[in-house]
Design a protein around this ligand. Sequence first.
Ligand code: PLP
Length: 370
Amino acid sequence: MSFKKVIVPTEDRQKIYREMDQMFDSGMLTLGRYTDRFEESLSNILLDQKVIATSGGSSALEITCLALELSGFDVVIPSNTFIASAVSFIRNGANVIFADCDKHYGALTLESVKKAITPNTKAVVMVHIGGIISPEVIKIKEFCSDNDIYFIEDAAHALGSSFDNIPAGTFGDVGTFSFYPTKIITSGEGGAITTDSEKLHEKFKIFRDQGKRDFSSNIHTHFGSNWRLSEAHAIIGYHQVQRLNSFIQHRELIVTIYKDKLSDIPHIDILTPEIGKSNWYKMIIQLKDSINKDKLKKELLKNGVKCEGEVYQLPCHRQPIFNNLEINLPNTDYFTDHHLCLSISSDMNIEEAINQCNLINNTFKGVATL
Ligand SMILES: *Cc1c(COP(=O)(O)O)cnc(C)c1O
């Protein structure tokens, strides 16, 4: 098994080790000043919204489900997402309705949302696949606010992405993030929830810490859990936030190289936002109808091309845990079958990117029919 490379520059490690020393000396190992600082650093890049750090992206979604009191209500979720987007709601009593996506961005559309909603729908969850925000975000947000439905973004892919200068996670009522090691930045394990509602923010804090009315009391008013982030993780996360812009800039450079070198291949397109900015968490290539993805993937791997995991290889409604679902989501199946993710990282060297492109070009030259 290979692990995705994690980039924590030496300078940052020195700072992290020093701060860990201070953390041990202080005796404060959870919900202390380093968590406050991490939350502030996120708030700074999220339009000064109110942010809490959590133990993960999944717990951020669980807290959201509880704080918005979605139990017993329908929640519309794209099938094209990571399993946690759905399970975090189901686990807390919501009834998840899987919606279709569009063929291009692999994201919800206003039309797919309208098809999925019922009179019992209380929330819609949008996922910005690969870090790209679909323009439908605006229409869905407006539709939700007109119909008294919460609009939630599971922005686990998209920290640092924006649309019309609006950062991912800040469009709706609530945005959640993950800092799992494979994401654009990491804290080891970790997540966050952003909102501009003071009331929701206070509720999030209660659910994160065992439903306690406040940190120092032992009075429990809600069914929460231990969804806190430790100070050690918050220290790592803070230094990663400081690197976010330079990581994204480097990724932009790598994408430019791929686009330039692969421009002669008629069968593929690198998925690019029309408006706004991707953080290039994933570099998605879309395959023309004629291409058989599995066959192409095999050929690419045979030729030494590195492919990253797709987003996603198997959509939620096709997962074994949901095997009794009788729903037809044709665009979701289409998106799954017509994309791959090429190798990209925040410190990939240019020669390696050029080399990958040469291998991809060779693969397409060598294969008459795909
Ligand atoms: C990673 C991810 C999550 C879960 O985050 P964890 O930190 O692993 O709990 C949820 N939703 C999406 C879309 C993700 O990519």
